[in-house]
Design a protein. Structure first.
Length: 204
């Protein structure tokens, strides 16, 4: 099992990246909550990883924090939740926000995540409620309920709406819905990653 990778960030195309580790390029899928913490292309980064082996593909998922990977692993153990849906959940909410939603039984927040219907949300509440209280704070669940601030990057002439829309579609949103979400928060001062973050926040 590949547990952690350190290398040069070669390409960033939400939710995918290419990481060069001593000449070997690893393709990883990241939740947007981890994507926000990435450095610029060409810089070194370290990610915790989880490998999903399927008959038709080996998929490598990356996470900026260990507790993100812990939650991902808990999610895919839940009946009816696969890696793609777990990625969408972690993209829409931080670990802390998800934990609070589960403990407070906030069904309405969960069903706003693409792919999470009422039955799936109810199953998540039943199977995960109480688990957060038993885990050590440093391992899974930290006190702050705020997402890490996205780095302020230089303004660009064109808003990267197409990239943001494509990333939301990859996370499970319909094309028309993704376009509407991005256009609602479009701002020339935001890059594609920041657009995605604002669109996801506005949707909850």
């Amino acid at each position: 099992m590949i547990g952690r990778l350190t290398g040069l960030l070669v390409e960033k195309q939400p939710p995918e990246i290419l990481l060069d580790v001593q000449g070997v390029g690893y393709e990883l899928l990241l939740p947007m909550t981890s994507f926000y913490n990435l450095p610029e292309s060409g810089q070194q980064t370290t990610l915790f990883t989880h490998l999903v082996v399927r008959e038709d593909a080996h998929l490598l998922f990356g996470f900026s924090h260990k507790q993100d990977r812990t939650l991902f692993r808990e999610l895919i153990k839940t009946n009816g939740v696969g890696p793609k849906l777990a990625l969408a959940i972690l993209s829409a909410m931080s670990v802390n926000e998800f934990a609070y939603a589960i403990e407070r039984e906030e069904l309405s927040k969960l069903v706003k995540i693409p792919g999470v219907g009422k039955k799936t949300a109810e199953r998540l509440l039943v199977e995960l409620k109480g688990k957060f209280k038993d885990l050590q704070q440093g391992d899974f669940f930290i006190e702050s309920t705020h997402l890490p601030a996205a780095e302020k990057l230089p303004n660009k002439e064109n808003v990267q709406i197409d990239d943001a829309v494509a990333a939301l579609i990859a996370l499970g949103y319909k094309a028309s819905e993704a376009e509407k979400m991005v256009k609602k928060v479009a701002n020339p001062a935001l890059n594609s990653e920041q657009l995605i973050r604002e669109a996801l926040k506005a949707a909850l």
